[in-house]
Design a protein around this ligand. Structure first.
Ligand SMILES: [Mg+2]
Length: 269
């Protein structure tokens, strides 16, 4: 960690804390140490905090259930998920009939938001982290994507997702497979789109200087933080290694082993 700052006490002075979830707060079903105490400290110190995830295989309700099963006591307002800007885009552009490549749980969320889901006469293809993908669905979606300019968007394009058992292919992997067949890539809404952070800071009327993002991925979390102009802290508890940082394009401002080190700093206040 020679050239990187690991003394993160100054980060406790920020007003807004953004946290990636997978690889930063937990890994699969395993919560990292210190997280409940950290949230208590953030609340006690009147900080704003938000959890971000691109993993659209889970609905907003699934995330709330998952996080509160860890006794974190958070609300819907603490979540920023890749399906949120995607839903916003679909509403603003008045799409109604969607071919959603996603899980049953995500489909329910889109239906609750007022969209009709169809695989026969969609107005747009929406690619999410479809863990229930079938060859039949890939074949159907290919017919639409081969039509020139047929609208095609994705909640996010992470290549792979960390789990306790190792990596599994994520939405980016599915898009790459389709790309071989249709030679097109979708428009993307989740991380690393800086709007994921900026819309929240605008809402709170807080400057980017007073915000920090903690994440385990260089090409989503750190890239997004850099693009948005907030401080960035890489957690080595997930996907990235020191070698990846050394050789990579996106350099974090700070590097720590895991989020529990932030709790240690709050304990010094
Ligand atoms: Mg992550």
């Amino acid at each position: 960690m020679d050239n990187y700052k690991s003394n993160i006490f100054e980060l406790t002075k920020k007003q807004v804390f953004f946290f990636d979830l997978d690889g930063t707060i937990y890994l699969g079903k395993k919560l990292f140490k210190g997280v409940p105490e950290l949230i208590t400290s953030l609340k006690k110190n009147d900080k704003y905090f938000f959890f971000l995830s691109n993993n659209s295989s889970l609905s907003t309700s699934d995330y709330l259930k998952k996080l509160n099963a860890f006794n974190l006591n958070i609300t819907r307002n603490h979540l920023i998920l890749s399906q949120h800007p995607t839903l916003d885009y679909l509403k603003k552009n008045r799409f109604r009939k969607l071919f959603l490549m996603g899980t049953q749980s995500l489909k329910k969320e889109f239906e609750r938001e007022g969209f009709k889901l169809t695989e026969d006469d969609p107005e747009i293809i929406v690619l999410a982290f479809d863990k229930e993908l079938t060859y039949e669905r890939l074949a159907k979606v290919t017919q639409f994507l081969l039509k020139k300019d047929f609208p095609y968007i994705a909640t996010h394009l992470d290549n792979r997702c960390p789990t306790e058992k190792g990596y599994i292919p994520d939405a980016g992997g599915i898009a790459a497979l389709l790309h071989k067949a249709v030679e097109r890539m979708p428009r993307v809404f989740g991380k690393p789109d800086k709007e994921m952070l900026l819309f929240k800071l605008n809402e709170l009327e807080i400057s980017t200087k007073d915000a920090v993002i903690f994440g385990d991925r260089l090409y989503t979390d750190i890239k997004m933080g850099k693009n948005a102009g907030v401080s960035t802290c890489l957690c080595l508890s997930g996907e990235s290694t020191l070698d990846m940082i050394k050789n990579g394009e996106y350099k974090p401002d700070f590097i720590i082993n895991g989020i529990w080190e932030l709790l240690n700093e709050f304990n010094k206040i």
